[in-house]
Design a binder for this molecule. Structure first.
Ligand SMILES: [Zn+2]
Length: 227
């Protein structure tokens, strides 16, 4: 019997002994052209969910194409960072007498979703970096942060993941990441909090140093003033 696209992709992941958590990127296991088939299969599954919720997708005009809209939204938007490969990043050498020896602080607006309830998580990630041998274009910090965010995540996990990816791209350990975000999960359900502002921070390398840490948090404060 022919395997479905979902089964084929899962088979490849299992063969590679890799994981496919909501926060994992699985793009290397998907061949070009399979995304369209994947969306068809996700659509059929959402169609079943809507039917099980006893929603009349045939006669309710507003719900008629909802299964397809949901499938495309998950694959192309909400969880894009799972299915699309890492953004292309060119590293530039930071060497010689005019190399930059200071701290770089970049703000990235992020939209994510909690992996528990698939509710929106919205906020900013502020990335601090003291480069060693390499730097990357400013927009690349933002693209990497968004690529990590567009998955099912917990904020703690996202903070770690952005730090790790920035360390890989810039080949330095000297990275700090601060995230401030609101959580639909707390505002629309459960405790129904009117504000769910949550802050997470991770620091690596030189950012463990007190003076560096306080310069970073001072920059974070200045960045947040412009939010
Ligand atoms: Zn949740």
């Amino acid at each position: 019997m022919k395997l479905s696209t979902v089964q084929t992709i899962k088979q490849r992941i299992d063969d590679a002994k890799a994981s496919y958590k909501a926060s994992d990127n699985i793009s290397e296991f998907i061949s070009p052209g399979e995304i369209a088939d994947l969306i068809d299969e996700v659509e059929a599954a959402f169609d079943h969910v809507l039917d099980t919720l006893i929603i009349d997708t045939e006669n309710d005009n507003n719900s008629r194409d909802t299964a397809r809209r949901l499938a495309k939204m998950y694959v192309y938007e909400l969880m894009e960072g799972r299915y699309q490969p890492r953004p292309k990043v060119t590293a530039f050498p930071n060497t010689g007498h005019d190399r930059f020896e200071g701290m770089l602080t970049v703000k990235a607006e992020i939209t994510s979703m909690c992996s528990h309830h698939h509710q929106p998580v919205r906020g900013v990630a502020i990335i601090g970096l003291i480069p060693t041998g390499e730097v990357i274009g400013l927009s690349k910090y933002v693209r990497i942060a968004q690529w990590c965010a567009r998955r099912g995540q917990l904020q703690e996990e996202l903070c770690n993941q952005i730090a790790k990816e920035i360390m890989t791209s810039t080949d330095t350990e000297n990275v700090g990441v601060y995230i401030e975000a609101t959580h639909g999960c707390m505002e629309h359900r459960g405790v129904m909090a009117h504000s769910s502002l949550t802050q997470t921070t991770v620091v690596h390398g030189l950012f463990h140093n007190d003076a560096v840490k306080s310069e970073f948090f001072n920059n974070v404060k200045n960045q947040m003033r412009h939010c």
